[in-house]
Design a protein around this ligand. Structure first.
Ligand SMILES: Nc1ncnc2c1ncn2[C@@H]1O[C@H](COP(=O)(O)OP(=O)(O)OP(=O)(O)O)[C@@H](O)[C@H]1O
Ligand SMILES: [Mg+2]
Length: 308
């Protein structure tokens, strides 16, 4: 088995919070936009990146129109810079990097381009960069989630399908991480046959292709990769706090047991019919409906993240 170091990890700089979750329509974009505005209006220099490479819609939820987009970053020749694509918004301290136009050739940027993007994000001098991902577990989505591996947020709803998809998304992210770490076709093949990290570790244990010492080292490395991922769960569209806690507990238990990852609950958002009105009017609910319970939930999560 050929072991390589995890390469190209971005240097420290702006904090990054990547918002994913696997299932479409669970509320990732609404959560990202409202949290970004809440944190920005507390005085933190905040950047929102629409990294939904196929169907970006942060602009709509934020109520702005942009003429430069993420495509322009990927198309730049030579050294890449975000200077031409980042723009101010109507909200003080909040800048936006609009998503791509959905054209095919930038819907699938090379790995190095994604690394360059994350590196430039870190250099922006922001206090926080929020990254809104698309649905599904495509390689691009996983790579963005993993480039800030210790700061991913999984948005789910209390529905079983959403919990299942979040588990599968996290599993795909972890397996992608393990495959990249070992850069080995053997590992990739073995992983494809496994439903969980615990099953994979059992396969490695039984493998006769490895010396005892190597086997233990590999198991220790994989466990460390899993442990270093600390996803935070946000339960959206909850009827009440109990429903949210039950959904988060089901996901956490499953993830702990099968992926050896320890997630934590960041918070919940109530189902609120005003969210839809807020989207249609381009006036995010923390601005248009500051006194509703859902806006207080966003404020709680900003506090819990340490942006007082
Ligand atoms: N807390 C909520 N209460 C009621 N409706 C909500 C809530 N959050 C989001 N919605 C609605 O759910 C729909 C999907 O929201 P959003 O676009 O944020 O999801 P998404 O996860 O980003 O979707 P996609 O995967 O397509 O990017 C929107 O119609 C929005 O109005
Ligand atoms: Mg979205």
């Amino acid at each position: 088995m050929h072991l390589i170091e995890e390469q190209h990890m971005p240097a420290a700089g702006s904090d990054i919070l990547v918002i994913g979750g696997g299932k479409g329509g669970v509320g990732k974009t609404c959560f990202a936009v409202n949290l970004a505005i809440e944190i920005a209006r507390r005085g933190w220099r905040t950047v929102l990146l629409d990294a939904d490479l196929s169907c970006s819609n942060v602009e709509t939820v934020l109520g702005v129109e942009c003429d430069t987009r993420l495509d322009d970053f990927f198309y730049q020749k030579g050294a890449k810079s975000l200077e031409y694509v980042i723009r101010d918004t109507a909200y003080e301290n909040l800048r936006l990097i609009p998503g791509t136009s959905g054209l095919l050739d930038v819907a699938n940027p090379r790995y190095q381009l994604k690394v360059a993007l994350i590196r430039e994000l870190r250099k922006l001098g922001a206090d926080l960069v929020l990254v809104d991902l698309d649905a599904g577990a495509h390689l691009n989505t996983l790579d963005f989630f993993l480039l800030a591996a210790d700061s991913g947020v999984l948005v789910i709803t209390p529905e079983r399908t959403s919990i299942d998809n979040a588990f599968k998304f996290l599993r795909a992210a972890l397996f992608r991480r393990v495959t990249r770490f070992y850069n080995s076709a053997e590992v990739g093949l073995l992983l494809k046959r496994c439903e969980s990290l615990s099953e994979f570790i059992a396969c490695v244990r039984e493998s006769h292709a490895l010396e005892d010492e190597t086997r233990e080292q590999v198991i220790e490395e994989m466990s460390a990769l899993a442990r270093s991922m600390r996803p935070r769960i946000v339960v959206n569209k909850a009827a009440n706090v109990y429903e949210a806690k039950i959904a988060a507990n089901i996901l956490s238990k499953h993830v702990r047991q099968h992926l050896m990852i320890e997630p934590e609950l960041l918070g919940h958002l109530y189902f609120d019919q005003h969210v839809s009105e807020a989207v249609n009017s381009g006036m995010p609910f923390v601005i248009g409906q500051p006194h509703r319970k859902i806006s207080a939930c966003i404020a709680d999560m900003a506090n819990r993240l340490g942006y007082f």
